[in-house]
Design a protein around this ligand. Structure first.
Ligand SMILES: [Zn+2]
Length: 328
């Protein structure tokens, strides 16, 4: 069931429906987008159902635009309907960004698993993991009730809105790192199996995680550059990609898999720092806001504290108001 509310269609236009019976006319980017969008929608519906919000429903809208964009929609006029949307251009732009930055050459020279994948498979893997993260971030905005919360903030205390949006963004990244964890593990297991590798699944997972961190970083850098040339509601791309990757590792139900954790984290961050410098050199991304590790880490830690002390109780209240609207 995918009932897109009329208010959404009036604002953003008709969405594309992909019928899997028409496979021949559909490009692979459409397949990736459609598949991941449906998964994001299903994940949101399952989360609502599990939390007892049985009146709420989430649909997925695949829009024709070529501008890269993914977002969540909700309106107080039809409060039971949520939409997760992305444009057709999103996957294409992610792909172009990764390929232009020659992301494959940013992977470790020691790679024994990913280096054996076909170039197109490796690109598709990086593209899917990036888009899945973007869409899971939107799942978080929906299932954590950020949309009614921010709508209320806008009405009651507009001056607080930028700070509250920043909190919701950090909160969405936190939840999306939880949602993406099984995907990363499944990809590592799949590659291990497909290539009949004798090395451990854990060592394949490390490569998948590095690919993931590099891809996210390049995407956030690109997106930041286009839309957010100054310090914004999002942390610096390096911090954002590292936090999400580390969060995903923390959420893997395999405690022993990443031992020794401390050392791994340091390597990730160093890899990230190295990558940011190399990709900055290549793309000449002068529009990026200046980066200070201590300031960025302090800012994100403050946000995480505020999520616990301010946002969590506020969202509980919002849930009690909007979690069970009467159906239209
Ligand atoms: Zn967001």
């Amino acid at each position: 069931m995918n009932k897109i509310p009329d208010g959404f269609t009036a604002k953003y236009g008709e969405s594309i429906l992909i019928n899997s019976g028409e496979e021949l006319d559909i490009g692979s980017d459409d397949y990736i987008s459609w598949h991941l969008l449906n998964r994001a929608r299903d994940a949101s519906n399952i989360a609502f159902a599990k939390a007892g919000h049985t009146a709420l429903r989430v649909s997925g809208a695949y829009l024709t635009g070529i501008e890269p964009r993914a977002f969540a929609y909700w309106s107080p006029t039809v409060p039971q309907d949520y939409v997760i949307a992305c444009t057709r251009g999103t996957t294409e732009v992610i792909r172009r960004t990764l390929v232009n930055a020659e992301f494959r050459s940013l992977l470790p020279q020691t790679s024994f698993a990913l280096s054996r994948l076909h170039v197109e498979d490796l690109t598709a893997l990086a593209v899917s993991l990036t888009l899945a993260t973007i869409l899971y971030h939107e799942v978080a905005h929906v299932t954590r009730f950020h949309l009614p919360y921010l709508t209320e903030c806008k009405e009651t205390d507009p001056s607080s809105l930028p700070a509250m949006r920043g909190l919701c963004e950090a909160d969405a990244d936190k939840l999306c790192s939880y949602l993406i964890a099984p995907d990363l593990l499944a990809q590592a297991k799949g590659i291990h199996e497909a290539l009949k590798l004798t090395e451990s699944v854990e060592s394949v997972l490390r490569e998948v995680l590095i690919l993931y961190a590099v891809a996210l970083h390049l995407w956030f850098t690109f997106f930041n550059q286009r839309a957010l040339p100054k310090a914004s509601i999002y942390p610096h791309p390096l911090i954002r990609s590292t936090r999400i990757t580390i969060g995903a590792v923390d959420n893997m139900q395999t405690a022993a898999i990443m031992e020794p954790c401390g050392i791994d984290r340091v390597f990730f961050i160093l890899n990230g720092l190295d990558t940011v410098e190399r990709s900055a050199l290549r793309t000449g991304c002068v529009a990026q806001h200046s980066f200070d590790l201590a300031t960025e880490l302090n800012a994100i830690n403050t946000r995480f504290e505020k999520i616990e002390h301010t946002l969590d109780p506020a969202l509980l209240e919002v849930r009690s108001r909007w979690g069970a609207p009467s159906a239209d």
